[in-house]
Ligand binder design. Structure first.
Ligand code: HBI
Ligand code: FE
Length: 291
C-alpha cells in the first residue's frame, strides 16, 4: 500500500517541470495528495461555492454541480468522463505555468491544462500563480458550457497568429477579461463567470457589488486595447449579455487588422473611462436581487 506523502515532500511537486513531457504534461499523481490537502480543498470549495451560489452565473453553478467535487481534490480522469461527452474537452495535468505556444496548442485541441499542485495554508485566500483550485474550481465548470467550450478552442487557434504579429498582449487581454474576469448579465442581476473571480472570495463580492468600479459592456476591440492588473482586484470589468456573445462577437472577426491598428499604440489604462463611453447599466432584474 502506498502511504500518502507528507505535506513537506508533496509540496515538492510545485513547479516540478523535470520529467514533464514535451507538451509539458505530467501525471496528476492523485495518490500523492496528503489528507490535509484534501481537507484544504474541502474548505476552499465550501467557502467559494457558498459565494458562487449567490454571485456566480447559473452556467457556472450547474457545471460545478455536475463535477461533484466538494469533498476532495478531484481526479482529472473523473472530470474527463463528464467533460468528454458534454463538450469534447479533456483535462491534462501540468506542473504550473507553461509556455504560451504550448498553452495555445492545448486549447486549440480542446485540452485544458490544469496545474496539479494545491496552494498552501498561508495562501488560502490569495495566490498569484494558478494552482489546482484555481484551475479546476475556476475553469472546469465553464468548460461544460458549449459556448465557452467553442470559444476557448477558438482562442487557442488564434495564438499562433497573434504571436507572429507581435500582438500576444492584445489576444491575452481577451482571455483575461472574459475567461478569467468576465461578468455576465442575463437579466437576473450581475453575475461572475471568470475563473479568476470565482476562485477568489474577495473579488467575487467586489466585482459585482462595488458601486464605483468601472464596468463596461463587452466590446472585443476595447478589451484588446485595455491593460490589466495581475496583483490586485481589476480596475475594470466587461459585462456580457450572454455567453453566445463570445462566439458571435469574436468568431467571425478578423483579428489581423485590429492588431495592426492598435499593437504599436500604448494600451488604455485599466479603470479609465474613455471619451464618449458610458459605463455598463445593469439590465432590469427579474426578481433575483443582488446585494
Ligand atoms: N499556463 N498553466 C498555464 N495557465 C495559463 O493560464 C497560462 C499558461 N501559459 C500561458 C498563458 N496562460 C497566457 O500567457 C496565454 O493565455 C496568453
Ligand atoms: Fe486561470
Amino acid at each position: 500500500m502506498k502511504t500518502p506523502r507528507t505535506e513537506t515532500s508533496t509540496s515538492g511537486l510545485r513547479g516540478e517541470y523535470e520529467g514533464a513531457a514535451a507538451d509539458f504534461t505530467v501525471a496528476q499523481d492523485w495518490p500523492a495528495y496528503a489528507p490535509e490537502m484534501h481537507d484544504r480543498w474541502r474548505r476552499l470549495y465550501a467557502a467559494q461555492s457558498r459565494l458562487a451560489r449567490r454571485h456566480a452565473a447559473p452556467q457556472f453553478i450547474e457545471g460545478l454541480r455536475r463535477l461533484d467535487c466538494a469533498d476532495a481534490i478531484p481526479r482529472f480522469e473523473d472530470a474527463n468522463a463528464v467533460l468528454g461527452p458534454a463538450t469534447g474537452w479533456r483535462l491534462v495535468a501540468v506542473p504550473g505555468y507553461i509556455p504560451d505556444a504550448v498553452f495555445f496548442d492545448h486549447l486549440a485541441h480542446r485540452r485544458f491544462p490544469v496545474t496539479r499542485w494545491l496552494r498552501e495554508e498561508h495562501e488560502f485566500a490569495y495566490l498569484v500563480e494558478p494552482d489546482v483550485f484555481h484551475d479546476f474550481f475556476g475553469h472546469v465548470p465553464m468548460l461544460l458550457n458549449p459556448a465557452i467550450a467553442d470559444f476557448l478552442e477558438l482562442y487557442g487557434r488564434a495564438g499562433e497568429r497573434a504571436m507572429a504579429m507581435g500582438a500576444l498582449d492584445m489576444l491575452a487581454r481577451i482571455y483575461w477579461y472574459t475567461i478569467e474576469f468576465g461578468l455576465l448579465d442575463q437579466g437576473g442581476g450581475l453575475k461572475v463567470f471568470g475563473a479568476g473571480i470565482v476562485s477568489s472570495a474577495g473579488e467575487t463580492v467586489y466585482s459585482v457589488t462595488d458601486a464605483d468600479v468601472l464596468r463596461l459592456p463587452f466590446d472585443p476591440v476595447r478589451i484588446m486595447r485595455t491593460a490589466y492588473s495581475i496583483d490586485s482586484f481589476q480596475k475594470n470589468y466587461f459585462v456580457l449579455a450572454s455567453l453566445d456573445q463570445l462566439i458571435d462577437g469574436l468568431g467571425g472577426l478578423d483579428f489581423g487588422p485590429i492588431y495592426e491598428a492598435w499593437r504599436d499604440r500604448p494600451a488604455l489604462a485599466a479603470g479609465a473611462l474613455q471619451p464618449g463611453e458610458t459605463p455598463y447599466t445593469p439590465r432590469a432584474t427579474t426578481g433575483d436581487p443582488i446585494a
